[in-house]
Write a protein that binds this ligand. Structure first.
Ligand code: ZN
Ligand code: ZN
Length: 567
């Protein structure tokens, strides 16, 4: 099949099967009757399928029987905790037949109702019977054979991935259980199958007998990417992404599995534009911060982590630069860290996680200054390296918190605080870049200096003030390490304390007076309207929030003349 031909689902508009009416008759009353009913459904389907010789399309009896069996298994799983029924089902080898059918080359070209019924039935076996069996840690008969064939099953689905197409909910007639999410968003059964295999693995995690088929994450990542067209409603695409992201973390945990996944899904020749879609989604996630930091935080953070883990792959560094992901990320982190959000854990988690991407890009640059004498691997801009670390320095000086663990970039060095580690890395990079005579080092240093012109002096002043106030507390020791590295950063980039102090004082009337505000940092901008503090007339603020922050956290309360006049 050529990559430009859109596969067409045959029989998508065939008359509705009677599954919904029939399903109301389920279950037959009485254990014995129920067992017979379900086993008969399996035998009926097996016989009709074998007799069809794989010719399914016009075989009305077979199509009905497939649907009927799917419904029967659905009800069996919902209502039965009947080990005898499970044993009887196992003896029919229905799990083998289902897997054989899915692995047939023509499977995804069969009528949609048939595809749905077979996948639906397999979901019942893997999802309901298999997972339940694994969770109750008894030797469920389905567990071993399903797991044994999972890698081959998913590899064969992966090889036919271009046959996976989207069908509307009206076209699908599969029976869904309410636990599988809102029915109108259930989307493709193939995604549900992915999720149950993923859960199945999760339920057996720790057991060597249950390796996650390496193709589960491949298909999980491929599917939402392939849906990214304007014809498919956004909420369906979004749902597909969320399902896919739950299947990926396992696969991005170690570097070689991550790189293999990126290489085959995002770098595939046929799917070159997939990287665009992927980074588009990543940027979208970042842009929704800090709004997502509320009740949805755990889910949003998992998604962010997954995108970030994939994006950290060196194969994607070029695309990362082209899509300006690093700066989008630093803007997002800055918004979170500058927000009034009263959640230090959230702030430090977001900073530390995004810092892993910065760390990996910095490391690529550090490595290339050591390796290459001509050109450098520059995948990020210097000013964003500075502004990201400045936000963390400001958080430290405001809250005095320890930021969460950040992977140390230099083996053998462990700092009490990851911000100190990051600053040390940057300072070493600055020295290496100064020695480097090749292309790229000067512009990068210049860009870092531009960042430092905005960030260095205000953050330094705040650190010094806090350091002074802390006198003998243990936090003073931690902060003094950060302060030392921050001083070195400015000096390394050629900034002087005295000049910077004067420059900021000279321009004070044109900057917001809250030191952590972006309008305090960046060069004065005439379009930003500043309002004077009515108490003293000396301070200027771009917003009420800045005025409040400076009053409560910046010490303006004790400086403002209004207060002095009262006392
Ligand atoms: Zn402001
Ligand atoms: Zn004032």
């Amino acid at each position: 099949m050529s990559d430009t031909t859109q596969p067409v689902r045959k029989g998508a508009n065939m008359p509705l099967l009677t599954s919904k009416e029939e399903s109301r008759q389920f279950p037959p009353v009485g254990t014995q009757a129920r067992r017979q009913f379900i086993v008969a459904a399996v035998e009926d389907f097996s016989r009709l399928y074998r007799a069809s010789g794989g010719d399914v399309e016009k075989n009305e009896l077979l199509l009905r029987s497939a649907d009927h069996l799917n419904c029967s298994l659905f009800h069996a799983a919902l209502i039965c905790k009947d080990p005898e029924l499970e044993r009887l089902l196992f003896d029919t080898r229905i799990h083998d037949l289902y897997q054989d059918i899915v692995m047939d080359d023509d499977f995804f070209r069969q009528p949609l109702s048939f595809v749905d019924s077979v996948i639906g039935g397999l979901i019942r076996l893997v999802g309901d019977l298999g997972i339940a069996g694994a969770q109750h840690s008894r030797l469920h008969p389905f567990v071993a054979p399903l797991l044994r064939r999972a890698p081959a099953l998913w590899e064969s689905i992966w090889n036919r991935r271009q046959q996976l197409v989207y069908a509307t909910q009206e076209e699908h007639q599969i029976v869904l259980s309410p636990s599988e999410g809102p029915a109108h968003l259930a989307g493709e059964p193939i995604l549900q199958l992915l999720c149950v295999y993923n859960h199945f693995h999760g339920a057996r995690a720790g057991s060597r007998s249950a390796p996650l088929s390496s193709y589960v994450p491949h298909v999980a990542l491929y599917y939402p990417l392939s849906l990214a067209t304007p014809e498919i409603p956004y909420e369906i695409q979004d749902h597909a992404w969320r399902e896919a992201l739950t299947c990926l973390p396992e696969a991005v945990r170690d570097d070689s599995a991550r790189d293999a996944l990126v290489r085959s899904v995002l770098m595939d020749n046929i799917t070159a534009s997939f990287a665009d879609v992927f980074f588009g989604r990543f940027a979208e996630k970042l842009q929704s911060l800090p709004d997502d930091c509320g009740t949805n935080f755990e889910r949003a953070f998992l998604a962010l982590q997954t995108y970030r883990s994939l994006a950290t792959c060196p194969l994607l560094h070029g695309a990362l630069l082209a899509h300006e992901i690093h700066q989008t990320m630093v803007h997002a982190v800055s918004r979170v860290l500058r927000s009034n959000l009263d959640a230090q854990t959230v702030k430090t988690m977001v900073w530390a996680d995004c810092g892993l991407l910065t760390g990996s890009l910095l490391q690529a640059l550090i490595d290339s200054t050591e390796r290459s004498r001509s050109s450098l691997d520059v995948y990020l801009r210097g000013e964003y390296v500075i502004s990201e670390v400045a936000r963390a320095v400001d958080l430290l000086s405001q809250e005095g918190v320890k930021l969460g663990p950040l992977k140390a970039n230099i083996p053998g060095t462990r700092f009490e605080n990851p911000v100190e580690q990051r600053l040390l890395d940057i300072n070493r990079l600055i020295e290496a870049l100064k020695r480097h005579k090749g292309r790229g080092s000067k512009p990068f240093l210049k860009s870092m200096k531009d960042g430092a012109m905005a960030e260095w002096w205000p953050s330094m002043q705040a650190l010094q003030t806090v350091q002074y106030r802390l006198s003998n507390s243990p936090q003073r020791h931690m902060l003094s390490g950060v302060l030392r590295q921050w001083e070195n950063l400015g000096k390394g980039l050629g900034l002087g304390e005295e000049e910077e102090r004067k420059r900021f004082r000279r321009e004070a009337a044109h900057r917001c007076s809250w030191y952590a505000c972006e309008h305090h940092r960046s060069a004065p901008d005439a379009s930003v309207v500043l309002k004077k503090c009515s108490g003293c007339g000396d301070s200027h603020y771009c917003s009420r929030e800045c005025q409040r922050s400076d009053w409560n956290k910046g010490g303006h309360k004790s400086q403002c003349r209004r207060l002095k006049d009262i006392t």
